[in-house]
Design a protein around this ligand. Structure first.
Ligand SMILES: [Zn+2]
Ligand SMILES: [Zn+2]
Length: 181
């Protein structure tokens, strides 16, 4: 298995990879965990010799476990993703490049040293495939802010005070201005 995509080798040939990485070998952030082996196959090639741009393209399959932002229950995300990433040497990240490539639908990353760890790239692919907001379902009612009950499981009887910041700010403003108004 090609764990490391070295520039040296990429200068000679395109590097094909076909890997299966068991859960636990890649560090994901906080509440996000890998719950199946991560499978990925594809090819890495040098895009532009003088600039050292490495393009990593392929398909990834994995099941991730995360936690719902609203109700904090565990939830499962099966990911099947075609990816196409470009990595540039970290030495001279040109301002604006990342944005431009992002607009073209290609993700850009940076690597240091003589090449790129494949695991690092696959970690990014899996994280990018997850939604920005983790919600177990559109109808998730979340957790009651008063008693902490998961309201998907049981409705509580707490009455929720509507909090309107604009209104309370207005009230304190009036108090400062005083009664002459
Ligand atoms: Zn939820
Ligand atoms: Zn409650």
């Amino acid at each position: 298995m090609h764990a490391f995509l070295s520039l040296q080798e990429l200068e000679l040939r395109d590097v094909r990879f076909d890997v299966e990485i068991p859960a636990g070998e890649i560090d994901f952030d906080g509440d996000i965990k890998q719950s199946s082996p991560l499978r990925a196959r594809g090819v890495a090639r040098l895009l532009n010799r003088s600039l050292g741009e490495i393009r990593v393209e392929g398909d990834l399959q994995v099941v991730m476990d995360a936690v719902c932002d609203r109700c904090l229950e565990a939830m499962r995300f099966p990911i099947e993703k075609h990816f196409d990433l470009v990595y540039m040497p970290a030495e001279e990240p040109a301002a604006g490049d990342e944005q431009e490539a992002g607009q073209a639908g290609i993700e850009v990353g940076y690597y240091e040293g003589g090449g790129l760890a494949l695991k690092e790239a696959l970690r990014e692919v899996a994280l990018l495939a997850l939604p920005m907001r983790m919600i177990c379902g559109e109808n998730c009612k979340g957790i009651c802010a008063v008693c902490g009950q998961n309201r998907n499981q049981r409705e509580c009887t707490c009455t929720r005070q509507p909090v309107d910041d604009r209104w309370s700010r207005l009230k304190s403003f009036r108090a400062e201005v005083g009664p002459q108004s």
